[in-house]
Design a protein around this ligand. Structure first.
Ligand SMILES: [Zn+2]
Length: 327
């Protein structure tokens, strides 16, 4: 399912999303470090996209991989924004058709939310077959057609907050809106991360479809004003970055240290920055592998970048013997 917050006003865009991936049929937690956030630049805009719905398709690809594939194979993000949205929409419709035939319309539901700077204005778009960014309701069944919805700037007192995926608390949305209007951007970010946590620990009690660690991104109207980070209950020993397409972004490393990652013409996936080694390169898979042993107390996957287990909050030695290895 997942959970996302997107907040936009004339000065900033803030976005937060959880990182849990659950099995489409059984609902068991597959990983607590699935990156659902992609920051991108295209011909006439830059922005961030997050998703909810499908976590992993039958080919073992996440919707983040679908976006990277659109860039690798079709250079979609070299196009203008309307083409990026149309291209993502058409690709999603094709992929959902297969999932719908196999799992039925209730399981084949998916949303990409785009928060974008274009011509100096912040815009929010939804690409979905079951919900819209300009309406607060969802269809139980995903339709065959994927629809584009838009939430443009409001004429007066512009502060837009959209949450998608799992239900959000009204109080959380209102608090984010008020912080946006007050221009306290650090607070907007903190409240967005809190909304993810509330969604995780609310009805799901920490073991539902929404994870409690959040990736966040903050984007200004200029393309070099892009920041992101990972906010983990109990603290992170490393920052895991969102995926990046065609854009550079800065990650805070503590104190005055920061790292700038990515750039025009590059694709960045599975990257981390920090004081501890949390991944290694596997030459057979030609990919970085992020070990994720199971918590010895509750059995939930525990990413190496997290200081404590996000489900039971156990804080034992991260590399201690209380972990069971993933079978
Ligand atoms: Zn645990």
């Amino acid at each position: 399912m997942s959970f996302n917050v997107v907040a936009a006003c004339p000065h900033t865009i803030v976005c937060a999303s959880d990182r849990r991936l659950v099995d489409l049929l059984s609902g068991t937690i597959r990983t607590n470090r699935s990156t659902k956030m992609t920051v991108f630049g295209c011909a006439d805009a830059h922005g961030v996209t997050v998703y909810n719905g499908i976590g992993l398709d039958d080919d073992g690809m996440t919707p983040s991989d679908w976006l990277l594939e659109l860039e690798e194979k079709r250079k979609l993000f070299n196009c203008r924004l309307p083409d990026v949205l149309d291209g993502t929409s058409a690709d999603l419709e094709t992929r959902l058709r297969k999932l719908r035939a196999k799992y039925g319309p209730k399981k084949a539901r998916h949303t990409f939310v785009f928060a974008v700077w274009r011509e100096g204005a912040s815009m929010i778009y939804g690409v979905s077959n079951y919900e819209r960014v300009d309406e607060d309701k969802q269809s139980v069944e995903g339709s065959e057609k994927v629809t584009l919805s838009t939430l443009p700037p409001e004429p007066k007192d512009d502060a837009r907050v959209v949450t998608t995926g799992a239900p959000s608390r009204f109080a959380d949305r209102r608090a984010i809106k008020e912080a946006l209007k007050a221009g306290t951007l650090n607070r907007v970010r903190a409240l967005s991360v809190k909304a993810v946590r509330d969604a995780a620990y609310g009805k799901g009690k920490g073991i539902g479809t929404v994870g409690a660690s959040a990736q966040w991104a903050q984007l200004g109207a200029n393309r070099d004003e892009v920041w992101f980070g990972l906010d983990v209950v109990g603290g992170a020993v490393a920052q895991e970055t969102p995926n990046l397409i065609n854009i550079a972004a800065e990650v805070p490393l503590g104190g005055s240290w920061r790292a700038r990652i990515g750039g025009p013409g590059t694709l960045v996936k599975d990257t981390y920055a920090g004081g501890e080694k949390v991944a290694h390169y596997n030459p057979m898979k030609k990919a970085a592998v992020f070990p994720e042993p199971l918590c010895g107390i509750c059995g939930s996957p525990w990413p190496a970048s997290h200081r404590s287990c996000e489900v039971c909050l156990y804080e034992g030695q991260h590399k201690g013997k209380r972990h069971r290895q993933v079978p």
